[in-house]
Design a protein around this ligand. Structure first.
Ligand SMILES: O=C(O)[C@H]1NCC[C@@H]1O
Length: 338
């Protein structure tokens, strides 16, 4: 049986979505780039992801991050995101929590008031985070993600149990299908999490089998990460709009999903529902809100009207842990109930 190192973590959440920040004990991760490092982890050290994300230390919907050396010179640090199925390429709720963490733990030299800028290299590229800081306390974090673009609209997907459903496919640091829940006869605020999870997860599975996405920079980013169920309220309003992101292996984001609202904001802009600078709130399943705006249009590969989206929210500390494994504990290596 594998012997695993003791791992120390700080535990946070953003809008209810957990973030296990791995601090000590992870084995050496080889690779020149973050995407290489992810490949290395997948092939050589995946038992540590299961050890920390799965039961009995985590659960089906657990989420974590490893801080690694960046390979972009201007980055303060790099990140590798962990979830129930593998490794993500962008994570807004993590960036929001990590902004506070990086200032609080002294990972950035000379933090500035009233706001400290941090460059965080995510697997999808460089993300700029701005942390509210009064010299003592850290508060809200806003981040500007990598360029986001609408990949396709009105894509027909055969969803078992629901027939043909039209979805939009949008990149917000990772590719999502975005679809109003009413197309499944569901309501994103009122239907059960199980029903929404099943409909969204079946949509993702079907797209992964039948639909190919291409990314301007890297084949490692060419996959559908999840499906975002919305309330369909995309026309601009001061009222928040609700969505639920179901990603990886049918994992449900408790927060509004940072990369998901990035993608949804890009889609709203593309459809003429948002203007540059206009702020809108998004509500996640926990009731937590993120606020977004389109910062500017940029060219990204062949996408002349890609956009930089800003997302803001707040992460909170919930504790710290030291995880161990006894020599005779096979189940304790990690298992998952679904
Ligand atoms: O906030 C986000 O972007 C994410 N939360 C979990 C799944 C996504 O990566």
């Amino acid at each position: 049986m594998a012997k695993l190192n003791t791992i120390e973590t700080t535990e946070m959440h953003t809008g209810g979505e957990p973030l296990r920040i791995i601090e000590k004990g992870y084995p050496e991760i080889k690779g020149n780039t973050i995407l290489d490092k992810i490949r290395y982890l997948r092939e050589n050290q995946d038992m540590y992801r299961k050890f920390l994300m799965w039961e009995p230390r985590g659960h089906y919907d657990m989420y974590g991050v490893l801080l690694v050396l960046p390979d972009i010179e201007s980055a303060d640090f790099g990140t590798i995101f962990l979830h129930n199925e593998g490794y993500g390429t962008m994570c807004g709720h993590a960036v929001i929590a990590l902004g506070r963490y990086a200032v609080d733990k002294g990972l950035v030299k000379n933090p500035q008031t009233p706001e400290t800028k941090i460059n965080i290299q995510c697997p999808c590229g460089l993300v700029e985070a701005y942390v509210e800081y009064d010299g003592v306390k850290t508060e809200n974090v806003r981040f500007q993600s990598v360029p986001s673009f609408v990949y396709a609209t009105d894509v027909d997907v055969e969803v078992e149990g629901f027939g043909t459903v039209k979805v939009d496919v949008v990149y917000g640091g990772t590719f999502y299908a975005i679809v109003p829940a009413e197309r499944y006869g569901l309501n994103v605020r009122k239907s059960s999490v199980d029903e929404l999870r099943r409909a969204a997860g079946t949509t993702t599975d079907s797209l992964r089998r039948s639909y190919k996405v291409e990314h301007p920079e890297s084949p490692d980013l060419e996959f559908i990460f999840g499906t975002i169920m919305t309330d369909g309220k995309d026309e601009f309003s001061d009222d928040p709009t609700a969505n639920m992101c179901v990603f990886a292996e049918r994992e449900v984001d408790r927060s509004p999903c940072g990369s998901g609202v990035t993608a949804r904001t890009a889609l709203q802009y593309y459809k003429g529902h948002r203007k540059i600078g206009q702020k809108r709130r998004f509500r996640g399943p926990s009731g937590a809100m993120f606020t977004t705006s389109v910062v500017k249009e940029v060219t990204y590969g062949k996408y002349k009207n890609a956009v930089v989206v800003e997302v803001s929210g707040k992460g909170h500390y919930v504790g710290s842990s030291k995880f161990t494994l006894e020599d005779d504990d096979e189940i304790g290596q990690g298992f998952i109930l679904r």
